[in-house]
Ligand binder design. Sequence first.
Ligand code: PLP
Length: 364
Amino acid sequence: MSGEIPLFRKYPKLRSIPWVSVINSPTPIHKMEEISKELNHKEIWVKRDDLTDDIYGGNKPRKYEFVFADILRKKKKRILTLGAIGTNHGLATTVHSKKFGLETHLFLVKQKLSQHVRENLLCHHYFGARLNLMKSNFRRKLAIKARLFFDKNAYFVTTGASSPLGTLGFVNAAFELKEQIDAKLIPEPDKLFVAVGSLATCAGLVLGLELARVKTQIVGIGVTDPSWSSKKATLNLAAKTLEIMRKKDSSIPDVLNELEKRLIVDHSYFGGEYGVPTKEAFEAIEIAKKDYLKLEYVYTGKTLSGLLDYIRKEKISKDEVVVFWNSKSSADLAPYVKKTKYKDLPKGFHKFFDGTIKVMKEDD
Ligand SMILES: Cc1ncc(COP(=O)(O)O)c(C=O)c1O
């Protein structure tokens, strides 16, 4: 099961950690010429994690290379996981788990309704997820506990797959970036902007870049409640991940004390509530189109809005090399949406389509 990924090239002893190939990698990295010109900033780059897969890419599948390997090793058959009804993680899990013959059961709670949320919900069904609408987080917890008790073939994947194993996917991503720097595909970045939601993406990058001895500082843009996506929680997850790595290879340095300096987590672009659009995110989405990037307002639009603001307020000097980590799949879901009728979803979900609930406008 151990492929030749950057992490294993760096630390061959980690090959004993189960891994399966899920994504197209390395993902491309290139300069955003138009945005750089518009902001009169020398070098703004983008890491194209939107292209990790042709059907459904983005950041989540990187985590599954380690999470799914663990599921397969334990010979489990069903994934139980959770999110809001439009969860990207739930959709990515459903799409990718199928390739390994695994079933996905989603335990969902409602969120502000938008066209994007509806589309994801239709796609959950199209790709074969078993859908459960839960009235509260508490009830959801009980329901999952009960299922895990009675179904010995079930495996629980935490929110956003942000477990230490999921985080390893982004430690690997940091080493992928390091290989791209070594190959002179990009100058060594000064700053990297990434969304912080359930934590693993940012935690893995911080840890990986420290281990790779790349100078890059990370600016994590918080897109979930600050009590959830805090710097402290991010560093805790990085610590747990490093522990797994050091158990397998004690020569890996204990870099925990170094991580603090490398990371800023900034919630100034959050907009007060998860999934709520901000004017600045819409502006960022428009600007990104000039470099042919398709962003959205929940994660990547807010993240790019933070990057733009740091540059405009000169929190970053003109000659710094900046990377925007594009974490949202840009694959077109329209063909699957078109083929799915909402009435084919379990009855409880019909209210999200039949006009009972107001749909939030996404363009203002
Ligand atoms: C598109 C997208 N980008 C970024 C994030 C944030 O990543 P993480 O949950 O690993 O913090 C998420 C999920 O929360 C996401 O769906």
